[in-house]
Write a protein that binds this ligand. Structure first.
Ligand code: UDP
Ligand code: MG
Length: 323
């Protein structure tokens, strides 16, 4: 880790970086760092582990400090308060200079024993290798909501995020650099990385059950994350009202026609109630439609003001004009 490059006089860049957000992780972080150290030493890889204490209320930070003398490759960052996992990840990624960067959870559910297989897949030509769980882990409602989320997310955004994947992954330097250049990098991490479109693959892994403490994500927090992920990647929800409005307007116009025909055919004597219903439906449809139209304008405004790159370059031959 601390080898110094003689020509530059700087510490050399570690081959592997591992970024881990910590939230009430005092019970697990010691074991996790030890396991990572063992695996990477076996592989003879230089590494740095960046742990980011995201305002834990337990003695997570004290444990991190107590680990420092034993692991020179360990670096601790402590946030002033709880900013959330996505923000903690972004802070950790800003701190590492490594060539390949792992991100993972702190609760021992993600096992560092998979590092070698994931790196192998990366070296075979993928910029992003996602650990994909082969088994069902977590409560029924968590599993169900996650499944639903992936479906809706992929459908609305067209990003193509493999289901059963989470934070646990390894990314090439160029992916990390692209991520760090994003203006809104505290949004949904997994979605952002997939959105770039660099070669991405999955490696099947067994995910352990959580053995210590409880999840840092309540259902409410999960819901908040899911909605903000959808909103930051898709303007379709803004426009839904327009489609509904159109359907209601068309439906009520048709209904109105039916009422008129029945009236003149003498089937009904007075339009009365039916007439009022048609008018009410048509008006509500018009209001929905105009709300939806506002959504279209808002959508293009969001697109124009978002500072995300318009496209991501994967290869560049460089300018070949004579100087
Ligand atoms: N986490 C965080 N800040 C938070 C909540 C969670 O940094 O406010 C981290 C936590 O330390 C862990 C990861 O996010 O490394 C995943 O959290 P958790 O295991 O609680 O979520 P679950 O696996 O239940 O989805
Ligand atoms: Mg977990």
């Amino acid at each position: 880790m601390s080898t110094v490059n003689e020509s530059t006089g700087r510490s050399s860049v570690p081959e592997i970086g591992v970024v881990i957000p910590l939230y009430w992780s005092a019970a697990t972080i010691g074991t996790l760092v030890e396991r990572i150290d063992t695996v990477l030493k076996e592989q003879r890889l230089t590494y740095e582990i960046v742990v980011v204490d995201d305002g834990s209320g337990d003695d997570t930070w004290d444990v991190v400090e107590s680990l420092l003398p034993r692991f020179p490759g360990l670096r601790g960052l402590r946030l002033t308060r709880n900013f959330g996992q996505q923000a903690a990840l972004a802070v950790g990624l800003e701190a590492t200079t490594a060539n390949w960067v792992f991100t993972m959870d702190a609760d021992l559910q993600d096992d560092p024993a998979h590092f070698p297989r994931m790196l192998e897949a990366a070296h075979a030509g993928a910029d992003v290798v996602l650990a994909q769980w082969t088994d069902a882990v977590g409560t029924r409602s968590a599993r169900l909501s996650s499944k639903l989320f992936y479906r809706v997310f992929n459908r609305l955004t067209g990003v193509g995020l493999p289901p059963g994947t989470g934070t646990y992954r390894v990314m090439s330097r160029r992916v990390v650099d692209h991520f760090l250049a994003l203006p809104d990098r505290t949004e949904f991490f997994g979605g952002m990385i997939a959105w770039f479109g660099f070669p991405m693959t999955t490696v099947p892994v067994v995910r352990h059950e959580r053995t210590h403490g409880k999840t840092g994500y309540s259902l409410r927090r999960r819901y908040a994350l899911a909605t903000s992920a959808l909103v930051s990647f898709s303007t379709i929800p803004l426009k839904i009202a327009a489609y509904f409005g159109l359907i209601v307007c068309a439906g009520s116009a048709l209904l109105g026609l039916v009422v008129v025909v029945l009236r003149f055919a003498g089937v009904i004597e007075q339009a009365g109630f039916a007439g009022i219903m048609v008018a009410v439906l048509f008006m509500s449809g018009t209001i929905m439609l105009s709300t939806g139209i506002l959504g279209f304008y808002l959508g293009s405004l969001i697109k124009a003001t978002s500072q995300r790159p318009v496209g991501v370059i994967s290869q560049d031959t460089g300018s070949r004009l004579e100087q």
